[in-house]
Design a protein around this ligand. Structure first.
Ligand code: ZN
Length: 74
C-alpha cells in the first residue's frame, strides 16, 4: 500500500488535496504522483480511512506509477 500525504498549500509530488471543480461544483480530490504529474480521483472510491479503490494509474502517458494508495490524514 502506497501512502500519499495530505498537501499543505502546494500540491507537491506524492500529496493529495480536496478541491471543488470550478465548472461543475463537484467535490473532487487532486493527487500528484511521485513523478510530479497531476490527476484527480474522480472515478475512484475513497473509504472512511482514506483507502482508494480501485488502484490508481497516473494519467500521464509514459509514467509507470500504478499503485494501491491510501490518503494520509483523510
Ligand atoms: Zn505520473
Amino acid at each position: 500500500m502506497h501512502i500519499v500525504k495530505k498537501a499543505d498549500e502546494k500540491i507537491k509530488p506524492d500529496t493529495w488535496k480536496k478541491t471543488v471543480d470550478s465548472d461543475t461544483g463537484k467535490k473532487t480530490v487532486w493527487f500528484r504522483c511521485p513523478n510530479g504529474h497531476m490527476g484527480t480521483l474522480d472515478d475512484h472510491i475513497i473509504s472512511y480511512d482514506g483507502t482508494v479503490t480501485p488502484s490508481v494509474v497516473c494519467p500521464e502517458e509514459g509514467c509507470k506509477f500504478h499503485e494501491n494508495i491510501k490518503l494520509d490524514a483523510w
